[in-house]
Design a protein around this ligand. Structure first.
Ligand SMILES: Nc1ncnc2c1ncn2[C@@H]1O[C@H](COP(=O)(O)OP(=O)(O)OP(=O)(O)O)[C@@H](O)[C@H]1O
Ligand SMILES: [Mg+2]
Length: 261
């Protein structure tokens, strides 16, 4: 079966003060339809760059990204993007924020409202549907951003440290909610995180990247059944996976020295 997302030999460099800096070096990775993949790695290893390329927000310098076998040439409503900073419109209520993408897509008022309500309910914000973002906590804003991303019915969700700014308890609750939604809707998810526990808890597979240049260092299968539970977090299997991911993130080989031009 054609993978949902295929990174094929993707390389990208940035110009830093006249010097070329390899942010991604020949990254190849297939993500299956309906898979939940988490991406971890040291700061600066190219995680966001990789995601921006998948989102179509950035063109790779070489290589390509295919979605359903077709080359990505720009952003698409088929790929919902969620960033760490809750990108909500401050002047719009939760409901209007969630309806926004549907409105752009030309969906009629009544259907828009119905769809928005369903996803607002899914993230537990029904009581706040008419509230403005400034009256919401960080976790609530991020739930609103998730509802908004889901509402336009993307087949892929690209999430760049979406829970990074949240407290530990809210984070754990949102992880469960996200998994709950994922198991019902089965979208393909690529989820970047710094948190090793989060990476293991959510994923079918954890992609560990290495820095300088950014590349795929290891791919670790998470052989734990869904639904994931509180007890699983405390199981020896979980501890072993966490140890394995942790080790491959923090004890990476020294960066590859680039000697050739
Ligand atoms: N617009 C840009 N201009 C120049 N350099 C950039 C740009 N964006 C990223 N880089 C560089 O590319 C490298 C990879 O950046 P990227 O943001 O993808 O890393 P990351 O893995 O997401 O890091 P973090 O975990 O800190 O978010 C970094 O060294 C960064 O300095
Ligand atoms: Mg980043």
């Amino acid at each position: 079966m054609t993978p949902k997302i295929q990174f094929r030999d993707v390389s990208h460099s940035f110009d830093l003060g006249g010097e070329t800096f390899a942010a991604l070096d020949h990254v190849s990775l297939d993500i299956a339809d309906g898979e939940f993949v988490t991406v971890v790695g040291p700061s600066g290893c190219g995680k966001s760059t990789l995601m921006n390329i998948a989102a179509g927000l950035l063109d790779p310098m070489s290589g390509e990204v295919l979605v359903d076998g077709e080359e990505v040439r720009g952003p698409s409503p088929q790929r919902g993007v969620i960033f760490q900073q809750y990108a909500l419109f401050p002047w719009m209520t939760v409901r209007k924020n969630v309806e926004f993408g549907l409105k752009i897509a030309g969906v009629g008022a009544e259907e828009r409202r119905r769809t928005a309500e369903r996803f607002i309910d899914m993230v537990g914000l029904t009581a706040f549907a008419d509230a403005l973002p400034k009256t919401l906590s960080g976790g609530m804003k991020q739930r609103c951003a998730i509802a908004r991303a889901y509402a336009v019915d993307p087949t892929i969700l690209l999430m760049d440290e979406p829970f990074g700014a949240l407290d530990a308890l809210t984070r754990v609750q949102l992880q469960d909610r996200l998994l709950d939604t994922w198991s019902r809707e089965r979208r393909t998810v690529m989820f970047i995180t710094h948190d090793v526990d989060e990476a293991v808890y959510l994923a079918n597979r954890v992609i560990v990247m290495a820095a300088r240049p950014g590349r795929v260092h290891r791919v670790i299968e998470v052989d734990l059944p869904y639904p994931r539970t509180e007890e699983m977090r405390l199981s020896p299997e979980f501890a072993e996976l966490r140890r394995e991911v942790w080790h491959s993130v923090y004890h990476q080989p020294t960066p590859i020295e680039r000697t050739s031009p």
